[in-house]
Design a protein around this ligand. Structure first.
Ligand SMILES: [Ca+2]
Length: 279
């Protein structure tokens, strides 16, 4: 008798919990409009991300850092470099500089734990470096990370970014990258061995198109890439960049990564990163 009375209460409670945890986050997310891209001349090599990955190794935990608009849901992978340790199984992209991402002490790390990650190309003394993690079969996902973007006055400058759909077998990936030099810009590109590692720029943002304007001093910024099928939305400091979704179907799944490069000359570039989350 007792259980008979209790059953409706338990059932209603579970139903309400299901609505709250499953439906409400979905209702909150909604992609935005479409626009064409522009194309630029060549530059170098780089990378990309995604949400709804078939996850392993992830905890469902509230993201205390600036979350991207419209990306609720469980975290499938995260890397915070806490206690100076890596929590994910990272690898280096074939034929790029073989430096694996590593924790470094940074009092200004946005996560507040004093530790960030470093991707560098110092083994090659320049060129591209890309560390990747996650799962090869990841398709739809949202990747976010704090990236320390350097601002220089020179024409040649380091490039920092995040990569999605990293395909180490096919030697290709997508990447959102910042290059704040004499002509500062953000760019989203496909990079592949089929194009001799030169980027195929799918969209570039300059001036007022960058939320808050192009930074005039070096600092931390939250970068994000969301991909669903062949559509990509790009984010800067929590705001969607204009022109999305960008459509490109060359890579259907892959890992996520952190990208580092110095374009135009043999010079070492360092990319600092913190609080990487993949939903
Ligand atoms: Ca950290």
């Amino acid at each position: 008798m007792f259980w008979r009375k209790l059953f409706p209460i338990i059932f209603l409670g579970l139903s309400a919990a299901t609505v709250a945890t499953v439906l409400v986050p979905r209702l909150r997310s909604a992609p935005a409009a479409i626009t064409p891209d522009d194309k630029l001349a060549a530059e170098d090599t780089s990378s990309g991300i995604c949400q709804q990955c078939h996850g392993t190794g992830s905890t469902e935990q509230a993201d205390t850092v600036a979350a991207l608009a419209g990306t609720p849901g469980p975290i499938h992978f995260e890397e915070r470099f806490a206690d100076g340790k890596l929590s994910l199984d990272w690898q280096t992209f074939p034929h790029f500089s073989p430096d694996l991402i590593r924790p470094v002490a940074r009092p200004d790390a946005p996560g507040g734990d004093g530790w960030a990650g470093l991707v560098t190309d110092e083994a090659f003394g320049g060129f591209a470096s890309l560390s990747y993690a996650g799962e090869e079969g990841m398709s739809d996902c949202t990747v976010e990370a704090w990236i320390y973007t350097e601002v220089t006055a020179e024409e040649l400058a380091p490039i920092h970014g995040i990569a999605v759909r990293v395909d180490p077998k096919g030697l290709r990936f997508y990447r959102l990258a910042a290059q704040f030099r004499a002509n500062p810009r953000l760019s989203f590109a496909y990079v592949g061995r089929d194009l001799n590692d030169f980027p195929d720029y799918l969209r570039t943002w300059t001036g007022d198109e960058i939320p808050g304007g192009a930074p005039t001093s070096s600092g931390w910024h939250r970068m994000g890439v969301r991909v669903e099928g062949d559509r990509f939305w790009l984010y800067w400091d929590g705001q969607e960049l204009p022109g999305g979704p960008i459509v490109d179907g060359r890579i259907e799944h892959g890992y996520f990564g952190i990208y580092d490069n110095f374009v135009g000359m043999q010079k070492v570039a360092n990319t600092l990163v913190d609080e990487i989350t993949v939903r």
